[in-house]
Ligand binder design. Structure first.
Ligand code: ADP
Ligand code: ADP
Ligand code: ZN
Ligand code: ZN
Length: 751
């Protein structure tokens, strides 16, 4: 290899997914931005080739012994990948983690704040752990550091007008012939035919709150002892004393209706012991500091004038400043991370890396501008540049022209999606891209058009005196029968106004958000849209066999992978890893099922078709209609059998949109639907929104994208800024008026 090649990551002959023998060089210690329409192959290069290879190399560093316990990552399909440094992926996956994970803990700022309190807090109370709600020494003993106390909702748990046999206990697991109920009755003795309202105080207390005791019973002909406790006692121990948020989604759904939540009466939500809460710096305790917006906290910290604490104060200020720099100054350290949006999550992760001291790392970002108002994009740019200037290689998948402009190097993938993409259509600098005539280049040059002929509303939906999070008495009318865009800087209150306040009053609205779709690991576009049912019937009648054979949950499915096509390996210290099934080779069905054909194709071959290919293959009216809807929302390139879990947030949103497109007279609410979309895909999306409105629907969109805002019939701009500097409606009106609105930050970007 020549000396100069050391300065590049070199990829030759990459063929993952739709890639057509792609070869390219990515300059090291520079910012390289990948652009191109959705489905063109950007992720296939960046994630499935570069990041995957880095992960594989990382594993090779382990000894042979350790490696026998690790999954073998398959080599990405490429002739060569050279000069790769360690890659860190900063993506939009939400930060889960239950109640104990907060902004402060995830950014490592809370430990430093605790250290500060242990050094200079008055009165002096003890070590830093004393201030941690995750530590037995510091947590409020009443709520175990959760800040909320939960109670059983007795009106939902019991119906005292009934007897046990009539179903008086409505908690999960207590049907008349259940083990729990049978044993509970035996532990009494209780009369199962007596109404609970006729029970004596003592009996009732025993039934509901009886402490655990062993009761002998017959089981399989043997005498065994079973532990029995009162039904409320048992439910409390099982679900309330533990963090329900860490349990499976199904369990959470089952138990949620029986639990009511209130602020802990001991710590009033502060999560800490009384000793910790009594300790103050400049009049504030650690819980009060953690509930300040980062922007305010930084000035409070700046006031601390203490020689002992100087290095701690400096380190705190640096980290808090990173949060401010990235536009998260409106968040508080006590904010639970699972309430952050995808874009906010990605920016929080980014801060973690900025404070770190790693160099010569390849950082990979997935559309980091998501959720950012045009005003704040320059802050993101500065952070990307800072990472580069520390000596790292920065690789970004991005659609926002204002981010694309800072690239040292651009790789434009295309020309179109799926099989019509997978090639590199341009490589070079911004000036070159503008002259290249590719879809990206052409759209970047296009001037902004403000909509002038706005539709007339057919009526209005009123929000009155909304007060939640940072909203204070907000009243606003949302016009019906038109396209309304709700905009404003991050943290201004858009989601609170629409997703929480508005949707709680309009529960019939169709919400098209980016949350994951699909109930099981077997879900795919075909099952989600209902195409699979029609396909199964078609296979059955063509071959005169039972349609059940073609279901993933049937006897026809591969037994090794149970119709998944892949086998999951769980590892404690990695995400779970999935590997292709060795028996069916990913085809999911048994050989004999694969032998049945429909117009020459097996069921596995049908599932491997893209939407576009399936449109050519099928003539069935229902199937064609559903496929066409997916094609209309720009999902031509996905395959029918692609697991829904592999779809990005933006793709999930569009597949939901596709399955709701045929409704009429409805209210649609969409949260940043341009996520993952190229400028040319956005034109397409606007076309769909306009068709929905023309068909008599009301469409409400939360967006920062200038092209969407400029095409609204009505704009509601929240602000003026984020957090407690926001929460008001600063402008309501049509696009041509917002450019004259003094208070509107958004208006400035539409000029
Ligand atoms: P982009 O990142 O540009 O949106 P992708 O690289 O995700 O595009 O997708 C390129 C093509 O590869 C698309 O046709 C997509 O459907 C296909 N593809 C991506 N991931 C998978 C997968 N896990 N299985 C099958 N096909 C995939
Ligand atoms: P936007 O959608 O405009 O980005 P949000 O409605 O998400 O703004 O946030 C408005 C304000 O409310 C911010 O200060 C944010 O931190 C706060 N907020 C939003 N969700 C929650 C929540 N679940 N808990 C506490 N505060 C929240
Ligand atoms: Zn408490
Ligand atoms: Zn299998």
């Amino acid at each position: 290899m020549s000396e100069s090649n050391q300065e590049y990551i070199v990829i030759s002959g990459a063929r993952e997914n739709n890639l057509k023998n792609v070869s390219l060089r990515i300059p090291k210690r520079k910012i390289t931005i990948f652009t191109g329409v959705s489905g063109s192959g950007k992720s296939s290069i960046v994630f499935d080739t570069i990041a995957a290879e880095s992960q594989r190399l990382l594993n090779e560093n382990f000894s042979m012994f350790v490696r026998t316990f690790l999954p073998r990552f398959p080599q990405p399909d490429a002739d060569a990948i050279e000069n790769l440094s360690m890659a860190v992926i900063v993506d939009q996956k939400r930060l889960g983690g239950g109640s104990h994970s907060t902004m402060g803990t995830i950014t490592d700022i809370s430990p430093i704040l605790r250290l500060l309190f242990s050094r200079v807090g008055q009165p002096y109370v003890g070590p830093a752990q004393m201030f941690s709600f995750n530590d037995p020494q510091g947590m409020c003993p009443e709520c175990n550091g959760i800040g909320r106390s939960l109670r059983v909702d007795m009106s939902k748990a019991l119906d005292k007008s009934k007897s046990l046999n009539e179903g008086a206990i409505m908690l999960p697991g207590y049907s008349a012939d259940s083990l729990d109920q049978t044993m509970l009755v035996q532990s009494g003795p209780f009369d199962p035919d007596k109404k609970l309202s006729d029970y004596s105080e003592e009996e009732l207390d025993q039934l509901l709150y009886g402490k655990a005791k062993k009761v002998a019973t017959q089981f399989g002909g043997k005498s065994v002892n079973i532990t029995v406790e009162g039904c409320i006692e048992k439910f409390t121990n099982k679900y309330i004393k533990r963090d329900v948020k860490t349990m499976s989604e199904r369990t959470q759904q089952t138990v949620a209706p029986f639990i009511i939540e209130g602020t802990c009466s001991s710590c009033h939500g502060a999560r800490l012991s009384q000793a910790a809460l009594g300790c103050r710096i400049n009049g504030l305790n650690i819980a009060e500091m953690s509930s300040l917006e980062v922007g305010q906290l930084i000035s409070v910290i700046r006031e601390i004038d203490d020689a002992v604490a100087a290095p701690i104060v400096k380190s705190l200020r640096e980290r808090l400043q990173h949060l401010v720099d990235i536009g998260l100054d409106y968040l508080t350290l006590d904010r639970e991370t699972d309430t952050l949006s995808g874009g906010e999550s990605q920016r929080v992760k980014m801060v973690k890396h900025l404070s770190g001291s790693l160099v010569d790392v390849t950082y990979i970002f997935d559309e980091p501008s998501v959720g950012l108002h045009p005003r704040d994009v320059h802050r993101l740019n500065e952070l990307l540049q800072k990472l580069r200037d520390k000596g790292n290689t920065v690789i970004v998948v991005e659609h926002d022209p204002d981010v694309i402009k800072i690239a040292d190097h651009i790789v434009d993938v295309g020309p179109h999606a799926g099989s019509r993409g997978g090639s590199i259509v341009f490589e070079g600098d911004v000036q070159g891209l503008l002259e290249a005539g590719t879809l990206t280049g052409t759209h970047m040059k296009r001037p902004l058009q403000l909509k002038h002929e706005c539709r007339q509303p057919t009526g209005k939906l009123s929000i009155k005196d909304a007060t939640l999070h940072n909203l204070r008495n907000v009243s606003v009318d949302i016009p019906t029968g038109v396209l309304t865009v709700v905009t404003g800087v991050a943290g201004s209150g858009k989601s609170t106004l629409i997703n929480e306040v508005f949707l709680s009053q309009h529960t019939d609205a169709i919400v098209i958000d980016q949350s994951a779709v699909g109930v099981s690991t077997r879900s795919n576009p075909a099952t989600y849209t209902g195409i699979m049912d029609d396909v199964r019937k078609a296979f059955a009648s063509a071959n005169k066999v039972n349609q059940g054979l073609f279901s993933f949950n049937s006897k026809g499915a591969c037994e090794n992978c149970q119709g998944l096509g892949v086998v999951y390996t769980d590892l404690s210290y990695f995400d779970s890893v999935k590997l292709p099934c060795e028996v069916c080779g990913g085809r999911r069905f048994k050989e004999e099922v694969l032998a049945y054909k429909l117009n020459g194709k097996s069921i596995a071959e049908v599932l491997e078709m893209t939407v576009e290919q399936a449109l050519e293959f099928f003539e069935l009216k229902e199937v064609v209609r559903k496929l066409q809807a997916m094609s209309d929302v720009g999902l031509n390139y996905i395959t029918l059998g692609q697991p829904l879990s592999t779809l990005s947030g933006g793709e999930c949103q569009r597949i939901k949109l596709a399955s709701e497109l045929h409704k009429k007279g409805s209210i649609y609410v969409m949260d940043e639907p341009t996520t993952g979309l190229h400028m040319s895909d956005i034109d397409h999306l606007l076309g769909i929104m306009n068709r929905l409105v023309d068909a008599g629907n009301t469409v409400i969109v939360i967006e920062h994208n200038i092209d969407v805002i400029s095409q609204a019939d009505w704009i509601i701009d929240m602000g003026p800024d984020g957090g407690n500097k926001g929460g008001q409606v600063v402008f309501e009106g049509i696009p041509s008026q917002i450019i004259h609105a003094e208070q509107s930050i958004t208006g400035r970007y539409l000029k």
